[in-house]
Design a protein around this ligand. Structure first.
Ligand code: 8YV
Length: 312
């Protein structure tokens, strides 16, 4: 008998095909009547394979009393209520490390795109403006600038390495000071004051909600840039929009938004922001590695072994 597992979202196709082959899979995201779907699976669903940002809280867990494991596709588990899972002795796993390099590549692409205005200059060429209007206006160099990393975890470290290769200096703020060579700032405001480009790499969730607010953006100032590779919730999005409109900061590079995939359309008319559609880890290789990690956790658990990458 294959264990029954529920897939919460339409995710990586290869991963879902393997899950279909090895488990008895049920697609919550395709169910017309979600309550009925959950009722029907209440006595047999033993795992949730989570894809995307659908909230998984105690109320949902209580509808599935046989639930043993929540295996997330992705490193960020902010959509899953970890306290609720812990209280119900449900194991939660994620897919750390395999995406570090890819997300760091995207982070540097955001910095390059934002400071050098590369997407805008590309659009300028395509529109025929080079011959018609002359050279594209000068942009801003990375070399000699300071990158302030808010959340120096494994992804932050991979970003730091790349930024140094571009001639940038590194500082950081974390909940806990780390044993690293980079200078530490005691809070996000101090970090913003001391850097030219603030790179947000913290986890999402209640603890970091709107951590980057008006005070932090004021400290960054009209010459400062902010890039977000973490979660939209970490920045106060309406405030950021206003600061960009009023040129109270120089620019922003955003891979993540509060209400994905919906991006506030007011951003679309601004020239001082670069917008990516949450592509941090979005390569064939990395998504496969993430899926393999999620699958391995499910396999290990149902083989009666400890999972590989447990969060709680
Ligand atoms: C993915 C991510 O876009 O790992 C994460 O936390 O945000 C990204 O790698 C997401 O998990 C895909 O659902």
């Amino acid at each position: 008998m294959k264990p029954d597992i529920i897939l919460t979202g339409k995710g990586h196709a290869g991963t879902q095909a393997t899950l279909d082959a090895e488990f008895s899979t049920h697609r919550l995201f395709e169910a017309q009547d979600k309550d009925r779907f959950l009722q029907e699976l209440a006595r047999k669903a033993r795992a949730l394979a989570t894809f995307g940002h659908m909230p998984v809280n105690g109320a949902l867990m209580d509808k599935l009393p046989k639930l043993e494991l929540i295996a997330n596709f992705g490193v960020g588990v902010d959509a899953i209520n970890l306290d609720d899972a812990k209280a119900r002795k449900i194991i939660v796993t994620n897919t750390p490390d395999v995406l570090n390099e890819c997300v760091a590549d995207t982070a540097i692409a955001l910095v390059l795109s934002t400071l050098r205005k590369l997407p805008q200059s590309e659009a300028y060429t395509r529109a025929g403006n080079w011959a018609a209007k002359g050279p594209y206006p000068l942009a801003t160099s990375l070399g000699g600038k300071t990158l302030g990393i808010l959340g120096l975890g494994r992804i932050g470290e991979a970003i730091a390495k790349r930024a140094m290769a571009c001639g940038m200096k590194i500082r950081y703020h974390n909940r806990n000071k780390k044993n690293v060579a980079y200078p530490y700032d005691p809070d996000p405001v101090a970090l913003a004051k001391n850097c030219n480009v603030l790179m947000v790499v913290t986890p999402g969730g209640a603890e970091t909600s709107k951590l980057v607010n008006a005070k932090v953006l004021d400290a960054l100032g009209p010459q400062g840039y902010v890039c977000n590779i973490a979660r939209g919730s970490v920045i106060d999005e309406p405030v950021l929009l206003r600061y960009l409109q009023e040129k109270k900061i120089a620019g922003a590079g955003l891979d993540v938004f509060v209400d994905e995939p919906r991006v506030p359309p007011e951003f679309f008319t601004l020239d001082n922001v670069v917008l990516f559609p949450h592509v941090g880890s979005a390569t064939v290789e990395t998504r496969k590695a993430m899926g393999d990690c999620q699958i391995e956790n499910l396999r290990l658990h149902f083989a009666g072994k400890p999972v590989k990458t447990r969060v709680v």
